[in-house]
Write a protein that binds this ligand. Structure first.
Ligand code: ADP
Length: 270
């Protein structure tokens, strides 16, 4: 509009204007770089289990006479295939979260129910690590969002807490509502995270200790999924930690207001 006004005035005065459009390409170039890095990381992450599967498959035939070795190779094949499945599921989840339509039709979600589901999903791994998961929830902690995405986010926190904890320790999962904020917290007695790494753990593919993290079979995407899910729900993810003592990860989400509850309840009845 301004350009048109300037041009019109110019025309009245008999002046000729040349319009030069200058566009800042910095952001576009940065996004290109992020995308290239992401694809390079994905390829790297996929190559490891695929390479292992291919080696194990080759080793099966020569070991055919030794049932013990065949069994051991089969178990390792299964572990690598599971890792591959987890990495692909994480990549799909993360790319869904980064697209505009991440949250489908908003629904009222009871966070006590989300915490219960996430803890239940981690029951077997907790037992195998001898880690006791103690959860304390409250009723009426309701948010607006996508239940499935929220279960994945809380699951990732509980799963990490167990995976990075020494055996026979405790993991506490809490739920509270304060000043219109619903907060899920997951506390472990694990190694903790050094201050300079605390914010970086939410980055895609970032791992504090590559060697240790690899043995946990993670993809390095779990906390990035947590962060994006919280943000897509108008909230945030945080970490508090002390090296040698443990960590507490929290997801803070806005509580569904009475108005919103009434509205969503009405629309879901239609
Ligand atoms: P991963 O699949 O490697 O677990 P995440 O994105 O979930 O990826 O976590 C990123 C990194 O943050 C992990 O590799 C680990 O180094 C660190 N981390 C995550 N949770 C914890 C925790 N509860 N205690 C200590 N370190 C953790």
């Amino acid at each position: 509009e301004l350009d048109r006004q300037v041009l019109a005035r110019g025309a009245r005065l008999g002046t000729r204007y040349v319009l030069i459009l200058v566009e800042d390409q910095t952001e576009r170039l940065r996004l290109d770089e992020v995308r290239r890095d992401f694809i390079a990381n994905i390829s790297h992450e996929l190559k490891t289990p695929i390479g292992a599967i291919s080696l194990l498959a080759d080793a099966l035939d020569p070991a055919a006479d030794d049932p013990e070795r065949v069994r051991s190779f089969a178990t390792r094949l299964e572990v690598e295939a599971e890792r591959l499945t987890k990495i692909t599921a994480d990549i799909i989840n993360l790319s869904r979260l980064q697209s505009a339509e991440a949250i489908g039709k908003p629904a009222l979600v009871d966070m006590a129910d989300v915490v219960k589901a996430a803890v239940e999903q981690n029951k077997v791994i907790a037992e195998s690590h001898g880690v006791e998961v103690i959860s304390r929830t409250v009723s009426d902690a309701v948010v607006i969002g996508d239940r499935a995405l929220l279960v994945v986010a809380v699951h990732n926190l509980v799963n990490n807490a167990i995976a990075y904890s020494p055996d026979a320790t405790r993991v506490g999962v809490g739920l509270a509502v304060r000043d219109g904020i619903v907060e899920v917290s997951v506390t472990d007695q694990g190694p903790g995270i050094a201050e300079e790494e605390r914010e970086r753990v939410f980055e895609r593919f970032f791992r504090v200790d590559q060697a240790r993290s690899r043995t946990t079979g993670g993809s390095g995407l779990g906390l990035s999924i947590v962060k994006h899910t919280a943000q897509n729900h108008g909230g945030e993810a945080r970490v508090w930690s002390r090296v040698g003592q443990g960590s507490t990860f929290t997801i803070r989400l806005p509580e569904a207001s009475a108005d919103a509850r009434a509205q969503i309840e009405t629309t879901s009845l239609e």
